[in-house]
Design a protein around this ligand. Structure first.
Ligand code: CAA
Length: 259
């Protein structure tokens, strides 16, 4: 893997922890951060050997406080469109990653940072986390998929209110809204993410990748998710992985799935 400037990557027993490391800028996503996420999810990470990925922010104050506003002054219509399109491409690659990705939200999750969290397959947060899409305060709208993905998690009415007011919600409300699935004390955040991913790591990786693909198909209006499910179910049934899973059940033993 090439040397990265803004992202720290460590691997523990097949689980990669990616930490956005710009604490002085509240871990804001500048162009380098976006390029480095793009690199990791296209070629940098060895998906064939990984069983899970955690994305978090450095420090205890911010997960990611949005796109780096300091880069905005230079941008015109063309620059803004290109920035947004590249962000979409990178976040789509996270959403479509065959290995499960958890956002471990350790503080402010704002703007482009919250959009990154929403591109992950699961979100958990520490009890000091705060969530929002404050772009409207800058005369902007979310540019990395936030207007679309937020509706998927919290529904149109709540999404409209958060997007139009730019208000933040706390961890308890985010849990109530379904934006996150667990709230933990700060020190238990990464252990909780590791626990969830370790559990998934004991399942068949083919089935895990198939579930991610089929669930994502529901939100892709160019494909029929039900047809995708039928096709994947058939493929899974014919795989060595399911033979092992079914045999293990019948033989009353733990399955041994291989990556
Ligand atoms: N971009 C660049 N720098 C940022 C930043 C951002 N999004 N958020 C915080 N920072 C910087 C601040 O400028 C400050 O830097 P200096 O010390 O050099 O002045 C440093 O981080 C600390 O920030 P604050 O002093 O403001 O800290 P605070 O505790 O008082 O407030 C905060 C924290 C509520 C997160 C506040 O910093 C804030 O509101 N940040 C901006 C959030 C925002 O608007 N995000 C949306 C960006 S637009 C976007 O994301 C578009 C998109 O969809 C693609």
């Amino acid at each position: 893997m090439k040397k990265l400037e803004t992202l720290l990557v460590e691997e523990k027993e097949g689980i990669a922890i990616i930490t956005l490391n710009r604490p002085k800028a509240m871990n804001a996503i500048n162009d380098t951060v976006m390029e480095e996420f793009g690199y990791l999810f296209s070629e940098g990470l060895d998906m064939a050997s990984l069983k899970g990925i955690i994305i978090t922010g450095s420090g205890e104050k911010a997960f990611i406080a949005g796109a780096d506003i300091k880069e905005f002054m230079e941008l015109d219509v063309d620059g803004g469109t290109k920035k947004s399109a590249f962000g979409h491409k990178v976040f789509d690659s996270i959403e479509n990653c065959p290995v499960p990705v958890i956002a471990a939200i350790n503080g402010y999750s704002l703007g482009g940072g919250n959009e990154l969290a929403m591109a992950c397959h699961m979100r958990i947060c520490s009890d000091n986390a705060r969530f929002g899409q404050p772009e409207v305060n800058l005369g902007l709208i979310p540019g990395y998929g936030g207007t679309q993905r937020m509706i998927q998690y919290i529904g149109k009415g709540r999404a409209m209110e958060l997007l139009l007011t730019g208000d933040m919600i706390d961890a308890v409300k985010a849990l109530e809204y379904g934006l996150v699935t667990h709230v933990t004390p700060q020190e238990e955040l990464i252990p909780t993410a590791l626990k969830i991913l370790s559990k998934i790591a004991s399942k068949g990786p083919r089935a895990v990748a198939g579930i991610i693909k089929t669930v994502n198909a529901y939100f892709d209006n160019t494909v029929n998710g039900f047809v995708k499910e039928i096709n994947f179910f058939g493929e899974a049934m014919g795989s060595d992985e399911s033979k092992e899973g079914v045999n293990a059940f019948l033989e009353k033993r733990k399955p041994e799935f291989r990556k």
